[in-house]
Structures are given as C-alpha cells and as structure tokens.
Design a binder for this molecule. Sequence first.
Ligand SMILES: C[S@@+](CC[C@H](N)C(=O)[O-])C[C@H]1O[C@@H](n2cnc3c(N)ncnc32)[C@H](O)[C@@H]1O
Length: 277
Amino acid sequence: MHSQNASEETKNRSKTTSFGYRTVLEQDKESLVKDVFDSVASKYDLMNDATSLGVHRLWKDSFVSILKPGKSGPMRCIDVAGGTGDIALRILDYARENYADRETTVEVADINGQMLKEGYRNFKKTMYHNTPQISFHEANAQLLPPSQFQDDTYDLYTIAFGIRNCTSIPDVLKEAYRVLKPGGTFACLEFSKVEHPLLSTIYDQYSFTMIPLLGTILAGDRDSYQYLVESIRRFPPQDEFARMIREAGFATGKDVDGGAWRNLWGGIACIHTGVKA
Ligand SMILES: C[S@@+](CC[C@H](N)C(=O)[O-])C[C@H]1O[C@@H](n2cnc3c(N)ncnc32)[C@H](O)[C@@H]1O
C-alpha cells in the first residue's frame, strides 16, 4: 500500500511544472498561459514598450540582423509563439531593405488566437498584408500539426520570448528540428541569466517592483505581469539551454558568449542558435 502511494506520488510529481513561481500540473499550464496572453493581448505591444523602456525593440532588431534573412536568397521562415508579429515584420523588412527580397515568407504560429488577431491587425498597416509573404496560424509549438507544418520545410525557425511559456522545452525543440530543412537555423531570443551581481540586483529590483506595478497601472492586470517576471527566473541559464538545443540534434557553437549563445545587455536577454545537421 505504502509503495503504491509512493509511486502514485512520484507519478504526480513528474507531471508538474512551473507556472512562474507556482508549481502546477502539466496539463493545467497551457490554459493558465493562455489566460495570461488573452488578458494582455490588446495591450501587449504598449506594455512591452513600457516595461522594457523600448529596449525589446533593440533586442529584436539585433536578433534579426544577426540572422540576416534573405542574404543567401529568399527564405521560408516560421516564427513560433510569434504573437503580435514583431519578429515576422522585422524579418520581412530586413530581407527587403538589405537584399531587395520580396519573396522571403514568414508563417507566424501561436497558440493564442487573441495575440494572432493583434498581429494580423498590425500587418494590415504594412505592405505585406494580403501577400503570400505573411500568414498567421493558431498552433501549439510543442505539437505543430504535421499536415500543416511538414518535415524538412523551413530555412529559419525563430521563437522570441515564447519558449519559456511552453510546458515542455524539449518538445518545442523536437518540433523545431522536425520542421527545419537540413542545414536550417533554429534561433531563440529569450530572457536569460544575468551574470554580473550588481546588474542582476538592479534588474531584479526593477522587474519585481516596476513590471507588476506597470501591469496594474496600464493594463489593470498585476497577476499576468507578475507571472511574466517569475517565468523569466525559472528559465534555464545559457549553458543549460544550449545543452538542451544540442540534445534535440542541433549543432551549436561552444558554450561561451559569442559561441552557442550571444548575450544582450549582460544576459538580460540572450540569443541561442543551432543548425540542423
Ligand atoms: C511574450 S509573447 C512573445 C510574442 C512575440 N514573439 C514577441 O516577441 O513579441 C509569448 C507568446 O507565446 C505564445 N505561446 C505560449 N505558449 C505557446 C505554445 N505552447 N505554443 C505556441 N505559442 C505559445 C503566447 O500566446 C504569446 O503570444
């Protein structure tokens, strides 16, 4: 009896995951994350600017300029957890402005219809609206429908500030590997670990006080912003995430800044890349 209880306990424990600083059942995380993004969708872009003091734009610019989409000719790209379309727009702009490329395409996939709706609306203001260069799809990063997102299809897979919200990082990486062409690039922009102790303290002070406060004042939603800050601290540090990327089959650089990853602002954010063998 005792051993049965113990094994039940172990089974239940293995089915839990983090939701910010809370431990929740794996099957509950997706709907909790969905609630967060349903709640923030209409204010997401404004709040991103307010909480990061506009810095997220610089990070996203760096992310895309490192990847140089369009440099070797038009690319087929997928931007997963693409939300309101920030990365997709930058990819298309970069390819057009630098290489006169109007054939690169981006498929934005996100689990949240509200976020995609905002993205679709943002794109209406651009020259890409109603062209084959952009499309929006409701889909789970952990299980992209294979009929829609086929094996060995994409030259570039991007995911920005999205993977930490997913229940299983290995499942996301496995899907990224599946849909990329051999030689295709996986690229992730995510909050990460700040190495410098003073910067880390200042950053913690700012994020745990200012971000939930701004969430309350500007969006009337403290809890969602508290979750967003906590989820950052729960995400694996640079070297651990690089190891997970390699375990999914990707080749990466060495485990140093400038190798498997590139830190932005001392590691507040970080870009990891890997190439499908
Ligand atoms: C912080 S937003 C980032 C949006 C956009 N990439 C950006 O950089 O502005 C995180 C996004 O991840 C999406 N997301 C969370 N879990 C997901 C999952 N399992 N599959 C796909 N998208 C997911 C959310 O709906 C949300 O749009």
